[in-house]
Design a protein around this ligand. Sequence first.
Ligand code: NAD
Length: 273
Amino acid sequence: MTTASDDAALRPTPISQQPLQGKKALVVGIANKDSIAFGCARAFRAFGADLSITYLNDKTKQFTAPLAAALDVEDALFLPCDVREPGQITAVFKAIEETWGKLDILLHSIAFAPRDDLHGRVTDCSLDGFLQTMDISVHSLIRMVRKAEPLMKDGGTILTMSYFGGEKVVPHYGIMGPAKAALEASARYMAYELGEKGIRVNVVSPGPVMTRAASGIDRFDELLAQTKERSPARRLVTAEEVGMATAALACDFAGIVTGETLYMDGGYNIMAG
Ligand code: NAD
């Protein structure tokens, strides 16, 4: 007699130790070893993915190059990408097409706002500062997704980094708050538009992590202390932890998750105040 436990269809589906083996991932936003994008890239690589990494410009290349080497990135796939420089996004995707012929994962982990606009009130934000913030922090994702779409022939996963300040008012987060709100809404619309092609678009929303970008936010140390005190986990998240959870989200076994904003913040976002 056959028992339920003999039926192969009822057995747990085996999961590889390297669930991203054979996947090709582009990571944009590694400035240095503290970058959230580096935490993600390390996890993608640990899960078996092959990586392409970008750096901002010749001045910053020296900080990113050793990290690319540690992640086994081929020279042809370690490229400059300042999203405001015409042609650089196109060149990155062309190199990926020529080298890999496809793309499975795109991680967009960049943001920028001019200092005066970031430190001032949203009420006082200049038009130029607003446009620059939205261009680099939001529209760059749209431009990259447009390039990724034809390369994600077998479906794919797109991930971008947001913060709770896009949903609720976080003092001193300033114009980045409206930018993150626009980023999250753009991701949801693209998730809808690309879903039938098997392309997932998700937003990761980490708690505060001390990085170069974060150091530009006024009174960031207070935000760190407050998060630590008030979050259910009673501690801060690390870039490495964000990386591991983001890599899990990129795996096929998370294939039904799209259009979401996933908090990786020790539960801070569930608290009333
Ligand atoms: P980071 O300074 O390490 O990374 C920011 C990246 O943006 C850098 O690699 C920088 O080169 C890139 N960038 C800026 N202008 C660019 C341009 N014109 N073209 C291309 N790249 C450009 O800081 P991070 O904290 O790792 O930031 C990564 C993402 O995570 C950002 O979207 C940030 O808003 C988000 N985030 C950060 C935190 C935090 O507390 N650090 C929390 C939640 C979300």
